[in-house]
Design a protein around this ligand. Sequence first.
Ligand SMILES: [Cu+2]
Length: 197
Amino acid sequence: MGRALALSFLVMFLASPTVFGVDHTVGDSAGWALNTDYSTWASGKTFTVGDNLVFNYDSSTHQVDQVDKSGYDGCSSSNIIKNYNDGNSKVPLTKEGKVYFICPTPGHCSGGMKLEINVVAASTTPTTPTTPSGGSSPPTTPSNPSPSTPSGSGTTPAATPPAAPSPKTNAAVSVSSGITHLVGSLVVAAIGLGFMG
Ligand SMILES: [Cu+2]
C-alpha cells in the first residue's frame, strides 16, 4: 500500500517537470472585474502546464466559468466545463491548449469579463532555482565506532574508567579536550583506582 503510494507519487513527480508552477493573478491588482482588458493582460505572458490562474473577485457580483471556445465567443455558459464562485479561485493549468473563462453574470462577459489563454507545454527552461541532489553523494561515513557516546562531554568521566581496560588513554583524551581542574582531578583519581583495581 505504502509502496504503491510512493510509486504513484514518483510517477506524478516525473510526469510533471514543472512541479512548482507560477501563479498568474488574472488582471493583476484589478483582479477579475469589469473594465479590465484581459486580452491585454494575457498578451506577452507565457502560461505553462503546471502554472495556476488565480482569480480574485467579489463573489457576490462575479463568478468564473471555464467554458469552451463557443461559450467564450458567444458569452454562454451552456457548455460550462467548471464553475468557480468562492471569490479566490486557483485554477490549475493541467494541459496544453486554449483555455477560456467568462463571467456568467449577465452583461459581464459581453462587457469584457472574458479571458482566453494559450497554455504551452513545460519546456526545458529551468524555473526552479535549486537543482535536486543527484543522489551520488556518499550515503554513510565508514567506521564510526561510537555514535552514542560523545567524546568531549566531560560530565562524569570518572564513572567509566573502573571498567575500562586502559585508563591512561582515557585520561589523555580528557585532558586534551580541556576539561576543568575538578574533573581532571577526578580522572587522576580514577587512574589511581584503575591501577589499584
Ligand atoms: Cu462579472
